[in-house]
Design a protein around this ligand. Structure first.
Ligand SMILES: *Cc1c(COP(=O)(O)O)cnc(C)c1O
Length: 349
């Protein structure tokens, strides 16, 4: 073990624990029955997030997965085609929810977490065609998890959404890590959200709250989302305790994401030095690193198991692909120590 305090947990930015002052804010939160719209802390968070994202209204949901599922039910119809980035969360990480809950088919396009307006138009299926499933939604993931936390270029997002609007296709951003994209790019969350009809953001990733995601969009669209949230069983009661953690996170954990990005950068620079590791440093833009093990290095499952024995936790994303994520519960020194362990194991030491 590298530290007496326990392993260096880089599996995800969701492993953080609420800090003592966050817990204090949660304990002190005024609450009410949110299904009657009477939780004052939830109402405050919804208003604040709507304003931050430049939309009319926002809605609290227990998870980002449910936010995506609600979006996929509110915007397309069952049987419709949804165009999204290759290896997006909705396809890979929601156990088939988009098929089971929304009944949509998703066409994955592009590479490295991004795609162009031309690629969108080439994949779009027209409405009213004899055999095509009509494309009624385009989804962008920003930052893109499986591509290594890359930021979707904003000018391209604007072109994609403009092309979508021209063809009557709705637009949705899975912005679970929109906060990271905003801090890393120096753009406001509202400017990143501006081209989209509907946006999901998460508070349980880099912001370090114990749970909660929000959808933001027009009042009419959010009213529809309220029904779908209930239908999926996600309408809760005194959830102001979660909203208090999210409000605390907006005040205290947003600007510090830059620190996570610096830590990821340093970790990445060390990993990229190893001849046994393939890591494109151009993908290291925020707090996630996805790297590949060369053919004569151990495979991802072995590396992850051995790293655990040495006090470092990572995730195997594929046979030779590993993901690590930095967050507010790991220091610069821990990231450096973890990089040494991962490099040593990849090099058979
Ligand atoms: C984590 C994540 C989600 C889902 O969030 P949960 O709260 O874990 O359900 C959705 N989209 C992306 C891109 C994510 O990384």
């Amino acid at each position: 073990m590298l530290t007496s305090a326990g392993p260096i947990d880089l599996r995800s930015d969701t492993v953080t624990r609420p800090t003592p002052p966050m817990r204090e804010a949660m304990a002190a939160a005024p609450v009410g029955d949110d299904q009657f719209g009477e939780d004052p802390t939830i109402n405050q968070l919804q208003e604040r997030v709507a304003a931050l994202l430049g939309k009319e209204a926002a809605l609290w949901l227990p998870t980002g997965t449910m936010a995506n599922q609600v979006a996929l039910r509110a915007l397309p119809r069952p049987g419709d085609d949804v165009i999204a980035s290759r290896e997006c969360h909705a396809v890979w990480h929601e156990t088939g929810g988009s098929a089971a809950n929304a009944g949509v088919q998703i066409t994955e396009i592009g590479a490295g977490g991004v795609f162009t307006a031309e690629e969108f138009l080439a994949a779009r299926k027209t409405r009213g065609h004899l055999v095509y499933p009509p494309t009624t939604l385009v989804e962008i993931e920003n930052t893109h998890n499986r591509a290594g936390g890359v930021i979707f270029p904003q000018d391209e997002a604007e072109r994609v959404c403009a092309a979508a609007r021209e063809h009557g296709v709705a637009s949705f951003m899975d912005g679970a890590r929109l906060w990271n994209a905003a801090i890393a790019s120096g753009r406001s969350p509202a400017s990143l959200a501006a081209p989209f009809d509907l946006i999901a953001v998460s508070f349980s990733k880099g912001l370090g709250a114990p749970g909660g995601s929000l959808l933001a969009g027009s009042r009419a669209l959010i009213d529809q989302c309220v029904r779908h949230r209930r239908m999926l069983g996600g309408a809760m009661r005194q959830v102001g305790i979660f909203a208090a953690a999210a409000l605390y996170a907006l005040d205290h954990h947003l600007a510090r994401l830059a620190e996570d990005h610096r830590h990821a950068r340093r970790l990445g620079e060390r990993l990229a030095q190893s001849p046994q590791i393939d890591l494109d440093l151009a993908t290291v833009q925020t707090n996630i690193l996805v790297f590949h093990l060369r053919p004569d290095a151990p495979d991802a499952a072995k590396l992850v198991a051995w790293a655990r024995e040495r006090g470092v936790l990572a995730i195997a994303f594929g046979p030779r692909t590993v993901r690590v994520a930095t967050h507010l519960d790991v220091s610069a020194a821990q990231c450096e120590a973890a990089a040494e362990v991962l490099v040593a194991l990849a090099e058979g030491r």
